[in-house]
Design a protein around this ligand. Structure first.
Ligand SMILES: NC(=O)c1ccc[n+]([C@@H]2O[C@H](COP(=O)([O-])OP(=O)(O)OC[C@H]3O[C@@H](n4cnc5c(N)ncnc54)[C@H](OP(=O)(O)O)[C@@H]3O)[C@@H](O)[C@H]2O)c1
Length: 296
């Protein structure tokens, strides 16, 4: 049986569907039975609970021979790093206790760095915890920037006519659809093609700058002149607090932007056939961003 965390989310839902389609017994994890119901209808067993709860996780991983793990976001957390450590520690303990032998972790580019990368430093610490597990094969997937992040930019695009953030406009980087991360994770879980502690980057179809990405998104939503505007770190931090993030989360997200701009968050592998994934931003923008833009 394979236990899948975050099964109502971007990667977990698609991983669960792919595993169920391959005939695997799957246990789906999340905080809401209702949001997991679609997967239960397709044959999954649900385990509902909070990822900081050690007893819940111990139950959720009982009988699992493999697991997909992520550290969810908690945008109102008063201390985001501490939240990540509580989840990461509880997950690692449950994996150890239940003897889960194969683990795929959703990590990130930049997770090689212990600090100066915002929330990615929490993923670095989780990689280190899992690296120390005896008797488990662990694959850390390190994707680039998710296309889905642009869903959060649509209100700004619609109401203010700009795409903006604190990251530099002209910095080429890997950007990826979460469906391609899910495919890589599910394939690894099914093929069992990793051993010891392995890292694989996932970089999307080609590197893009934020200026290029903004042009692609602008064309898809009918604003071909859409500009990307780089905010100062202070402006960015204040904007994040204004849309409801805690001061801690706003600070850590700002540090991540700085980590990108200063080269701490970057691909170590460089682009290869293995880390290049198929879904283009053009197709994602047409299929996902443009319809979502219409509903705002
Ligand atoms: N955004 C990026 O560019 C980027 C890049 C690299 C890595 N990442 C990593 O990707 C992660 C997000 O992955 P994703 O997009 O697949 O997930 P997602 O769509 O954000 O969904 C999060 C999932 O976790 C569950 N969840 C949230 N809080 C929880 C909690 N406290 N306890 C138990 N379950 C909880 C949610 O389910 P319920 O709400 O139903 O409980 C949902 O299924 C980030 O947290 C980060 O670590 C992100």
């Amino acid at each position: 049986m394979i236990a899948v965390m975050g099964a109502s989310g971007n990667t977990g839902r698609r991983i669960s569907e792919r595993l169920l389609g391959g005939g695997e017994p799957v246990r789906v994890l999340g905080r809401s039975a209702e949001r997991l119901e679609g997967l239960v209808q397709k044959g999954a067993e649900a385990a509902v609970g909070e990822a900081t709860d050690r007893d819940y996780l111990s139950h959720a991983f009982e009988g699992a021979d493999a697991a997909y793990l992520l550290i969810p976001q908690e945008l109102r957390s008063p201390d985001y790093g501490a939240f990540q450590d509580r989840v990461g520690g509880a997950l690692t303990e449950a994996i150890r206790q239940r003897g889960v032998g194969r683990v795929v972790l959703l990590s990130s580019i930049g997770a090689d760095q212990p600090s100066g990368t915002g929330p990615i430093a929490g993923l670095h610490r989780q990689e280190e915890r899992l690296r120390g597990l005896e008797g488990a094969d662990v694959l850390a997937l390190r994707p680039g920037f998710f296309f889905e992040n642009y869903l959060d930019s649509l209100a700004l695009i619609k109401h203010q006519g700009i795409n903006g953030g604190a990251m530099a406009p002209d910095m080429p980087m890997g950007m990826i659809a979460t469906r391609d991360i899910a495919a890589a994770a599910a394939d690894a879980l099914l093929e069992r093609d990793f051993s010891g502690f392995e890292i694989r980057e996932l970089l999307g179809p080609r590197d893009l700058t934020l200026t290029e990405a903004t042009r692609i998104i602008g064309e898809a939503v009918g604003r071909p002149e859409l500009p990307y505007v780089q905010l100062s770190y202070d402006e960015f931090r204040a904007a994040l607090v204004q849309i409801g993030m805690s001061a801690s989360v706003a600070e850590t997200m700002t540090e991540m932007a700085q980590g990108f701009n200063e080269g701490r968050v970057r691909s170590l592998e460089g682009r290869t056939a293995a880390n290049t994934t198929p879904t283009t931003l053009e197709s994602f923008a047409a299929a996902v961003l443009a319809p979502a833009y219409e509903t705002i």
